[in-house]
Design a protein around this ligand. Sequence first.
Ligand SMILES: *[C@@H]1O[C@H](CO)[C@@H](O)[C@H](O)[C@H]1NC(C)=O
Ligand SMILES: *[C@@H]1O[C@H](CO)[C@@H](O)[C@H](O)[C@H]1NC(C)=O
Ligand SMILES: *[C@@H]1O[C@H](CO)[C@@H](O)[C@H](O)[C@H]1NC(C)=O
Ligand SMILES: *[C@@H]1O[C@H](CO)[C@@H](O)[C@H](O)[C@H]1NC(C)=O
Ligand SMILES: *[C@@H]1O[C@H](CO)[C@@H](O)[C@H](O)[C@H]1NC(C)=O
Ligand SMILES: *[C@@H]1O[C@H](CO)[C@@H](O)[C@H](O)[C@H]1NC(C)=O
Ligand SMILES: *[C@@H]1O[C@H](CO)[C@@H](O)[C@H](O)[C@H]1NC(C)=O
Ligand SMILES: *[C@@H]1O[C@H](CO)[C@@H](O)[C@H](O)[C@H]1NC(C)=O
Ligand SMILES: *[C@@H]1O[C@H](CO)[C@@H](O)[C@H](O)[C@H]1NC(C)=O
Ligand SMILES: *[C@@H]1O[C@H](CO)[C@@H](O)[C@H](O)[C@H]1NC(C)=O
Ligand SMILES: *[C@@H]1O[C@H](CO)[C@@H](O)[C@H](O)[C@H]1NC(C)=O
Ligand SMILES: *[C@@H]1O[C@H](CO)[C@@H](O)[C@H](O)[C@H]1NC(C)=O
Length: 461
Amino acid sequence: MSIMLLLSFGVLCSAVPENNTEDMLSLIGFKQAITYDPSGILKHWNSSTTFCRWEGIKCSRRHPGRIVELHLAGLKLSGQISSLVGNLTFLKKLNLSTNGLSGRLPPLNRLHRLQILDLGYNSLQDTIPDALANCSKLRKLFLSYNSFVGEIPPKLGLLSNLSDLRFNTNNLTGTIPSTFSNSSSIQVMSLSYNHLSGGIPDELGKLPSIRWLALGGNRLIGGFPQGLLNLSNSLRVLGLESNKLGNRLPLNIGDSLSNLQWLFLNRNMFQGKIPASLGNVSGMERLELENNNFTGEIPSSLGKLKSLYYLNLGGNGLEAKDAQSWEFFNVLINCSGLNILALDRNQLDGTIPGSIGNLSNSLEMLTLGGNKLSGIVPTSVANLQSLINLGFDYNNLSGKIVEWVGMLTKLQSLNLYQNKFSGPIPSSMGNLTQLTLLSLALNEFEGPIPSSLGIFNSSHC
Ligand SMILES: *[C@@H]1O[C@H](CO)[C@@H](O)[C@H](O)[C@H]1NC(C)=O
Ligand SMILES: *[C@@H]1O[C@H](CO)[C@@H](O)[C@H](O)[C@H]1NC(C)=O
Ligand SMILES: *[C@@H]1O[C@H](CO)[C@@H](O)[C@H](O)[C@H]1NC(C)=O
Ligand SMILES: *[C@@H]1O[C@H](CO)[C@@H](O)[C@H](O)[C@H]1NC(C)=O
Ligand SMILES: *[C@@H]1O[C@H](CO)[C@@H](O)[C@H](O)[C@H]1NC(C)=O
Ligand SMILES: *[C@@H]1O[C@H](CO)[C@@H](O)[C@H](O)[C@H]1NC(C)=O
Ligand SMILES: *[C@@H]1O[C@H](CO)[C@@H](O)[C@H](O)[C@H]1NC(C)=O
Ligand SMILES: *[C@@H]1O[C@H](CO)[C@@H](O)[C@H](O)[C@H]1NC(C)=O
Ligand SMILES: *[C@@H]1O[C@H](CO)[C@@H](O)[C@H](O)[C@H]1NC(C)=O
Ligand SMILES: *[C@@H]1O[C@H](CO)[C@@H](O)[C@H](O)[C@H]1NC(C)=O
Ligand SMILES: *[C@@H]1O[C@H](CO)[C@@H](O)[C@H](O)[C@H]1NC(C)=O
Ligand SMILES: *[C@@H]1O[C@H](CO)[C@@H](O)[C@H](O)[C@H]1NC(C)=O
C-alpha cells in the first residue's frame, strides 16, 4: 500500500515541470550583468545542464525548479547585481560576498523567504533601501565593506528575526535608529567605521540577546550609554573606540557588564577614574582604554583579571607616585597570560618596581615611554624572554644598561630614546639579532659602539 502511494507520488512529482522559466531567465539576466568573471565560472552556466545544477545554485526540493540559494562568493566577479535577482522569490540565501560588484542594491522586497543576505566586501553604492524591511525572515544581513551612503533605514527594526547585522566600513551617515530595540533576536550588530553621529540610543540596552556590539570609528557623542548596563548577561564584546564619547564611566560598569571579554573605549574623551569594578569582569581578555583623558590611580583590581592578554592604558593622565599607587603594577603579575601591556604616555612617577620581572613570561610588548620614571631598570626585566617590543623612551631612567638587554633575544624594537642612561653600550646587545628598531639617542652613553652591533640594520640610532 505504502509502496503504491510512493510510486504514484513519484509520478506526480515528475509531472511537475523541472524548470521555472522565470527563475532561469533571472539567472541569465544575472549572468549578463556580470562584466568580469576571471575564474570563468559563469561559462558553465549553459544549457548543457539544468540550471539547478549550475555552480552556486540550489533548487528547492519541495518546489522543483525554484531557486533557494545563489552563492557565488570570493570569485572576483565584477559588474552589477541584476535587478532580476529580485524575481527569485523562493530565494532563502543570497551570498555574493567578496567580489567586485558595484552599482546599487537592486530591489529585493519580494524575497519574502530570504534568510541570509551577504553582499559584504564589494563596491556597492548608494543607499540601503528600506524595502529590505520586507524581507521579514532575514536572519543575517551583511553589507560590510562597501560604499553605501545615507542613513540606516529605521524600518529595518521591523526585522524581528534578525540576529546578525553587519554594516561596518561603509560611508553611512545619520544616527543609529532606536527602532532596533524591536529586533529582539539581534546577537551581533556591527555599525563600526562609518560616519554615524548623535548619541548611542539607550534602546540598544533592550536587545536581550546581543553578544557583540561594535560602534567604533564613527562620530558618536555623549557619555557611556547607561542603557547598555542592562545587557548584563549577554554582552561579550563592546567596541565604542574612535568616537567623540566623553564624561566619566559608570562606576558599576564592571558589575553590570560582568560577562564582557573585549572592551574597546580607546580614542575617545572619557575622563575621571578607571572604575575599579572592571576588576570584577572575570572573563576580560582585552581592555583598551588608551588615548582618553582618564586620570587618577590605576585600580589594582585589574590584577584579578586572570584571562587578560591585552591591556592598553596608554595616552591618558594616569598617576602613580607612591607605593600604594604603584600597587597595580605588582598585582599585574597575576595576569599570567598577558601579551601586551601598554602604559606609555601617562604620569607614572618613580622607579620601576622589581616585580617587572614577574610579569607574564608570554609578555611580547611592554611600553612605559612618556612617563616620569627614574632610577635604574631592574635587572629582573631579563626574565621577560618573550619580549618583542620594549619601550622606556621619554623618561628619566639612568644607570648602565647591564647584561639584561642581551637576554631579550627576541626583541625587534628597543626604544630607550631620551633618558639619562649612561656608561658603555654593552656588547651583549649584539645578541639581539631580530632587532629592526633601536633608539638610544639623547642619553649619556659613552665609549665605542660595540662591533657586535654591526650585525643588524639599525634604522633609528
Ligand atoms: C520580474 O518580475 C516582474 C514583476 O513581477 C515582472 O514584471 C518581470 O517580467 C519579471 N522579469 C522576468 C525576466 O521574469
Ligand atoms: C557548458 O557547461 C559545461 C559544464 O556545465 C562545460 O563543460 C562546457 O564547457 C560549457 N560550454 C561552454 C560553451 O562553455
Ligand atoms: C530545462 O531548461 C534547459 C535549458 O533551457 C533545457 O535544456 C531542459 O530541457 C529543461 N528541462 C526541462 C525538464 O524542461
Ligand atoms: C558567504 O560565503 C562566504 C564564502 O563561501 C562565507 O565565508 C560566508 O560565511 C558566507 N556568509 C554567510 C552569511 O553565511
Ligand atoms: C512591503 O510589504 C508591505 C506589506 O507586507 C507592502 O504593503 C509594501 O508595499 C511592501 N513594500 C515594498 C517596497 O515592497
Ligand atoms: C521567526 O522565526 C521563528 C522561529 O524560527 C518563526 O516561527 C517565525 O515565523 C519567524 N518570523 C518571521 C517574521 O519570519
Ligand atoms: C567614503 O568616502 C570617502 C570620501 O568620499 C572615500 O574616500 C572612502 O573610500 C569611502 N569609504 C568607503 C568605505 O566607501
Ligand atoms: C516596536 O514594536 C511594537 C509592537 O510590535 C510597536 O508598537 C512599536 O511601534 C515598535 N517600535 C518601533 C520603534 O518600531
Ligand atoms: C534597564 O533596566 C532598568 C531596571 O530593570 C529599567 O528601569 C530601565 O528602563 C532599563 N533601561 C533600558 C534602556 O532598557
Ligand atoms: C583632556 O583634557 C584636557 C583638559 O581638560 C583637554 O585640553 C584635552 O583636549 C583632553 N584630551 C582629550 C583627548 O580629550
Ligand atoms: C566589584 O569590585 C569592587 C571594587 O574592586 C568591589 O568593591 C566589589 O565588591 C566587587 N563586586 C563584586 C560583586 O565582586
Ligand atoms: C649574549 O651575549 C653575551 C656576550 O656577547 C654572551 O656572553 C651571552 O651568552 C649571550 N646571552 C644570550 C642569552 O645569548
